[in-house]
Design a protein around this ligand. Structure first.
Ligand code: ATP
Ligand code: MG
Length: 337
């Protein structure tokens, strides 16, 4: 049954202990939806997380936390394949092949590298950070994914994946499915509450601008109530002139399943503070049970491990086949056993 469904694949980094609202609304909600229509593979991309400095014990803990949060978000290991990237060695193996197909200039054009390396200082940025989009290409192509649910910040990397899949297929014969980004426009970029022109980010947001799903609900409510808004008084959706209030309206609409025009009408004649107070309550009502579900998964490490073992086994079966075909097509001599 599963094989007739198109494949979907995505990954999330364990670069922090908690996911944030941008991760959830922009990406994870789509993961949950696609497990109903696709043969979906989702992974915690620990190999990507080491492209920036990490503390080993923290990385291990964050990887478990990431899996627990994905389960708490509604991923069902019976309906999707959930695994940890480093448990499937084929990612690094095909990553090397893709490195050898990518132009240096082409890799240099990736804006995420420019942004992230600028933040770290050019001397501290690693070659791993530079080539991480190419590992991401391998992540996607190994599963012959058609749909890749991501936020807007990943669009350029999916474009690179398409280019490399086509390049490989042209040079060595049809081997890889050319994927398409699955980006839901309305929620593709959730902004930092204190700087509503920058994306909310695990590694780059200011603490007050970042809504972590696992924070104390009280802290979260306070952050929403102190979100930066413009000096006007009219609540309307205008991402250019009213970036802050528009970001809050997007979050409000997505968490409640209501439309933005409906909300704008409801808040007609009311102050920004009223919207913020109501939204704070809505977010608290969402994160409170989310935190409890996450904790329940963390409290049962055996179940978590068995989900990951089963996931890695399923993922490896698919990945190994793609890698073997790719190795053969490019002319690597098969090992005799
Ligand atoms: P980092 O700062 O370490 O890169 P991140 O917050 O960008 O962390 P990732 O793990 O890199 O999170 O991304 C996981 C998924 O969440 C990706 O699909 C990404 O596009 C999406 N995403 C991240 N931030 C946002 C955001 N602010 N709005 C919408 N989607 C987002
Ligand atoms: Mg990111």
């Amino acid at each position: 049954m599963a094989s007739v469904r198109p494949r979907a694949l995505s990954g999330i980094q364990p670069t922090a202990g908690s996911f944030h609202l941008g991760n959830y609304l922009g990406a994870i909600r789509q993961y949950v939806a696609l497990q109903e229509t696709h043969d979906a593979f989702y992974m915690v991309v620990d190999l990507h997380a080491i492209t920036v400095p990490q503390d080993p014990a923290e990385l291990r803990a964050n990887t478990r936390l990431a899996v627990a949060q994905l389960l708490a978000s509604g991923l069902d290991p019976d309906r999707c394949t959930l695994f940890v990237q480093s448990h499937v060695p084929e990612h690094a193996q095909l990553g090397w092949v893709m490195n050898c197909l990518t132009g240096f200039g082409e890799a240099s054009r990736m804006t995420q590298f420019k942004d992230k390396s600028a933040k770290q200082g050019a001397d501290r940025a690693t070659v791993g950070l530079f080539t991480y989009p190419i590992l991401q290409v391998a992540d996607i192509l190994l599963y012959q994914a058609e749909a890749v649910p991501v936020g807007e910040d990943q669009r350029q990397h999916i474009e690179l994946t398409r280019d490399l899949a086509e390049r490989f297929n042209t040079r060595f014969g049809a081997t890889f499915t050319v994927p398409a980004p699955h980006i839901v426009k309305e929620v593709a970029k959730i902004y930092d509450l204190q700087d509503p022109t920058s994306k909310m980010s695990k590694s780059a947001s200011t603490p007050k601008g970042l809504v972590n799903l696992l924070d104390e609900p009280k802290t979260t409510a306070k952050k929403i109530r102190s979100a930066v808004t413009d000096t006007g008084t009219v609540i309307s959706f205008d991402p250019v002139e009213k970036a802050g209030i528009s970001n809050l309206l997007t979050i409000y609409a997505t968490l409640t399943g209501r439309s933005i025009p409906e909300l704008v009408k409801e808040y007609e004649g009311r102050m920004y503070g009223a919207l913020k107070t109501d939204l704070a309550e809505i977010v608290v009502d969402f994160v409170t049970p989310f935190r409890e579900r996450t904790q329940a998964y963390l409290d049962d490490p055996e179940t978590l491990d068995s989900i990951l073992a089963k996931g890695a086994e399923k993922a490896r079966a698919v990945a190994a086949e793609s890698l073997a075909t790719a190795y053969d097509r490019i002319g690597l001599l098969p090992a005799k056993h």
